[in-house]
Design a protein around this ligand. Structure first.
Ligand SMILES: [Zn+2]
Length: 67
């Protein structure tokens, strides 16, 4: 089964991962920006975890296994 909410969360996560990869370690202000993106990614992970567990009126997401 598909779930658009899950798909949206996952595509956001993929976008953040790409962004993180683009932040080269030798950028002068890269550390700060990387920490920020990592924080966003942690928030997103928490959101995905919550959605998988009870994102559908308190019930597990039917697409959870595809994450
Ligand atoms: Zn769902």
């Amino acid at each position: 089964m598909n779930c658009q909410v899950k798909d949206e969360l996952v595509s956001q996560l993929i976008a953040l991962n790409k962004k993180l990869n683009l932040l080269s370690p030798n950028l002068v202000h890269g550390d700060e920006e990387r920490a920020e993106v990592q924080q966003q990614r942690e928030n997103l992970y928490a959101e995905i975890k919550h959605h998988r567990a009870k994102g559908h009126d308190g019930k597990p997401c039917p697409a959870a296994r595809q994450i």
